[in-house]
Design a protein around this ligand. Sequence first.
Ligand SMILES: Nc1ncnc2c1ncn2[C@@H]1O[C@H](COP(=O)(O)OP(=O)(O)OP(=O)(O)O)[C@@H](O)[C@H]1O
Ligand SMILES: [Mg+2]
Length: 382
Amino acid sequence: MTNDQPAGDLRLAELSKRFGPATVVDRLDLTVGQGGFFALLGPSGCGKTTTLRMIAGLEEPTAGRVLLGDRDISGLRPYRRPVNTVFQSYALFPHLDVFENVAFGLRRRKVREVAEQVRRMLALVQLDGYDRRRPAELSGGQQQRVALARALVNHPQVLLLDEPLGALDLKLRRQMQLELKRIQTEVGLTFVHVTHDQEEAMTMADTVAVMNGGRIEQSGTPAELYEFPATAFVASFLGQSNLLAGEVTGRHGADLLVEAYGSRFSVPAARSRATGGAVHLGVRPEKLHLIAEGEQSPAGTQGVAGVISDVSYVGVSTQYLVRTGWGTELAAFAANSGTAARLPVGAAVTVGWRPEHAFLLAREPGDGDRTGPLLDEAAVAS
Ligand SMILES: Nc1ncnc2c1ncn2[C@@H]1O[C@H](COP(=O)(O)OP(=O)(O)OP(=O)(O)O)[C@@H](O)[C@H]1O
Ligand SMILES: [Mg+2]
């Protein structure tokens, strides 16, 4: 299991898994750079755990290969792979104390000098002094860190994390996210982190791949995915988007012209995933601003008219829903910077945005507007 040679990149090549008639991982191709922090993000049931299990050797691929550097590790038994996994239920040995939990892998490999290595790992996860406690005497976050130390002490080249923070409350979760990131930077291993929490993926990873129905829809840095999503699914799973159904009607200089519900909009061609035909015109809620009746629209904005149908004050921002003339509710977030007064439900407004803040996605001609957050349930049902 231990291997002190540099591992090289982790590559999945055309990796597929079928269970009976169902294809749950569908020709996955991806590369995780050595020392990178990679997050696999997707709704429940999209195939994340199955992918990790194939990397770990716990599940046999139906087709495709797992490579580490130049080495094809697809045929290796799990314990021969330089890979360790921290599962969602991190099942520590309840009868062993913290020290022995962490020492387990070393003892099994008959390593001498166990104490020094265990102490070093416990310091890394900031649990010095806890070595004689039993798991039952630890908090959830502390148990999670023991599970992490138990995996790291084996010096894997790749660490797989399957929703390891799922059981923690929000605050502890945030704290552990930052801690995991610190540990990853310190030890310089390749991390593959599975989650269905988009904020967690964006906080921690340098590369995020969004998975849907066994396929990767897009991968890139968090900013790339958020600022210029490739599909309607990515636009709605990573944050929230307002997607208006429109048609490209022409081009003007560097802009594409789009018609939607009788109005014309322009979008820079460089921000388009489609060249023509049916499109979704997308704008993020925080890029929309509300212009009250009688107020002057800032120069260079375009927009649609509507009536405020809901106002939610959530502290850092005020979140509005604005019902357009054709009945779609657009989400608009106003940062709570103290400069603008809150508008009431029923107020007539124009929802404005700058052309360069919009993006265009290819649309199936039958598809209508899509707004609001994408719920896991909705994603699974679709
Ligand atoms: N051993 C199995 N036999 C049959 N179907 C399976 C098996 N394991 C998983 N599946 C199915 O494969 C699909 C993907 O499962 P997987 O566990 O990879 O999802 P996931 O993305 O990890 O979801 P979650 O976020 O809920 O953990 C699911 O529809 C699941 O029911
Ligand atoms: Mg899973």
